[in-house]
Design a protein around this ligand. Structure first.
Ligand SMILES: [Zn+2]
Length: 119
């Protein structure tokens, strides 16, 4: 429903988030795009959006396994944009992501201005 798979052709060439400047893991996807994955964290499927089940294969390519059966105990990488402190906070029904976003927000010097009023 209007949610992309998180890959992006315009990702930077360095593995640094252009918004919060945090170092990330940058991986090519099967579609020859690139995605920034959060360093050091993996979550079980139930803590992630159903369409964001990323793994990094042995060849270094990031693959989104959304729509496939999730094996017992499987853990997945987290697309950085879901918890970038310069982006929107995750929804309340994603408490693990929200906690990581909160943690990142404490580390980044992002300024969160109130939404600009139109007009
Ligand atoms: Zn970021």
């Amino acid at each position: 429903m209007g949610v992309t798979d998180g890959s992006d052709t315009s990702a930077p060439f360095t593995p640094i988030c252009p918004e919060c400047t945090f170092r990330q893991d940058r991986h090519e996807t099967a579609g020859h795009q690139y995605i920034l994955l959060e360093l050091g964290y993996e979550l079980p499927a139930h803590d992630l959006p159903a369409d964001q089940l990323w793994v990094v294969r042995a060849d270094g390519k990031a693959v989104n396994l959304a729509g496939l059966d999730s094996p017992e105990g499987a853990r997945y990488r987290i697309p950085h944009r879901l918890i970038c402190p310069c982006g929107e906070p995750p929804p309340d029904n994603m408490p693990a992501l929200k906690a990581l976003w909160d943690y990142n927000s404490g580390l980044a010097a992002c300024f969160h201005p109130p939404a600009a009023e139109a007009g």
